[in-house]
Write a protein that binds this ligand. Structure first.
Ligand SMILES: C[S@@+](CC[C@H](N)C(=O)[O-])C[C@H]1O[C@@H](n2cnc3c(N)ncnc32)[C@H](O)[C@@H]1O
Length: 363
């Protein structure tokens, strides 16, 4: 018998691209898949939080005078054990400690030790499929804004008169406790602020004339952005000259910058809203003219990428731009299948053999 849910689902599925209609030909196919994704995502968020806990225990100087341990093979067991014990004893209660101490395993020496050993053993981010299996990291560096800035500048040249009144970031992330480039500093979610700065810089928006929604599946990221302070601390990590020049020019369009601190203008906090959501399972809350998705799709397999691009396309205004930085062929295929038009792609070499990229899709 057909329930109301099934009928509504079938009506909705008629709007899906043929490849997804074939994969999910019955409502039950979708419900089973969605529940599997929900379960897997919960596990991956928990695994990602456990990794951040371990990176912090190994590298932070906020709770101990013992020297930091790089999460790499060969790390001294004695030092790791010492740091685990110091963390357990510590009474420091800053924002990070308060959150980390509440995580499962954070009060248990054996589990903390295992968490540290597990990140020490996970050595090769260059290995194919590494990101597909690992926990969901919330890391975000200031430098991620650089390629978005290049993307916005390029999209501007391709559509000189266009404006972006509604902007979406999927997976804005939080500079929190990274594996590499760890430094003790207060958490920051750079991307919403950096994107607003670049939008104004390239004439996509006027100060006060844009709304930005930051959608993330990790509640810690969402809560942080919802409580955004009036200060943005800019602490670049990488020494590349282009990145340095980008970072040196940041902030002036969203506030008053003095050294490495930007006092945000009042319009900025009201322009940004954070929402909890999983882009593999449903569309973003509102329509948008511009969406930024960096360093997130690489955690998704081909079907998850296709679903994410499908849900985004459903809320994309005509001519809306999507900026991402995942060069895998499956992302390109997913873009075409879901009706996005690839408009531009560029690799961006960085100092020290590093490389990033950006791709522009248009609705
Ligand atoms: C590695 S961070 C990247 C942060 C930032 N975009 C950057 O480029 O630095 C990936 C972010 O995507 C979020 N994320 C992962 N899967 C997601 C999903 N299915 N839906 C929404 N957000 C997701 C994570 O919680 C995390 O905050």
């Amino acid at each position: 018998m057909f329930s109301l849910f099934n009928s509504l689902w079938l009506l909705d599925a008629a709007l899906w691209p043929p490849s997804l209609r074939r994969r999910f030909s019955q409502p039950g196919d979708w419900t089973r898949y969605a529940s599997e994704v929900r379960g897997r995502t919960e596990q991956r968020i928990a695994a990602g939080e456990r990794d951040h806990l371990a990176f912090y225990v190994l590298q932070s100087m906020e709770f101990t005078a013992l020297k930091p341990v790089a999460p790499l093979p060969g790390a001294s067991d004695v030092l790791v054990r010492g740091r685990v014990r110091e963390f357990l004893k510590s009474r420091v209660l800053n924002e990070k400690m308060a959150w980390l101490k509440r995580l499962p395993g954070a009060a248990h020496e054996g589990l903390l030790w295992e968490a540290c050993q597990s990140v020490i053993a996970a050595t090769d981010p260059g290995r194919a499929g590494f990101y597909l299996q690992r926990g969901l990291s919330s890391d975000s560096e200031l430098e991620a804004g650089f390629i978005v800035d290049l993307g916005l500048a390029t999209a501007r040249q391709l559509t000189p008169g266009a404006v972006a009144r509604k902007v979406l970031i999927v997976g804005p992330g939080l500079d929190w406790a990274p594996r590499t480039g760890f430094a003790d500093r207060p958490p920051q979610s750079h991307q919403p602020l950096a994107v607003l700065d670049s939008l104004v810089r390239h004439g996509w928006a006027k100060p006060g004339g844009v709304r930005l929604t930051a959608l993330d599946v990790n509640p810690r990221v969402v809560q942080f952005i919802q409580r955004m302070s009036g200060e943005w601390r800019l602490a670049p990590r990488l020494a590349d000259p282009d990145l340095t020049a980008y970072a040196a020019d940041l902030g002036g369009r969203v506030g008053k910058r003095s050294g490495g601190v930007v006092r945000l203008d009042s319009w900025v906090r009201s322009a940004v809203q954070a929402r909890l959501g999983n882009i593999v399972l449903s569309s973003p809350p509102e329509a948008f003219d511009m969406v930024v998705v960096t360093n997130m799709l690489l955690y998704f397999d081909a079907l998850e990428c296709e679903l994410a691009l499908h849900w985004l396309k459903r809320q994309a205004n005509r001519g809306a731009w999507l900026i991402h930085n995942d060069t895998r062929p499956e992302v390109e295929a997913a873009a075409r299948q879901t009706g996005w038009t690839p408009r531009f792609a560029r690799r961006v070499p960085l100092q020290g053999g590093l490389e990033d990229s950006f791709s522009l899709l248009q609705a």
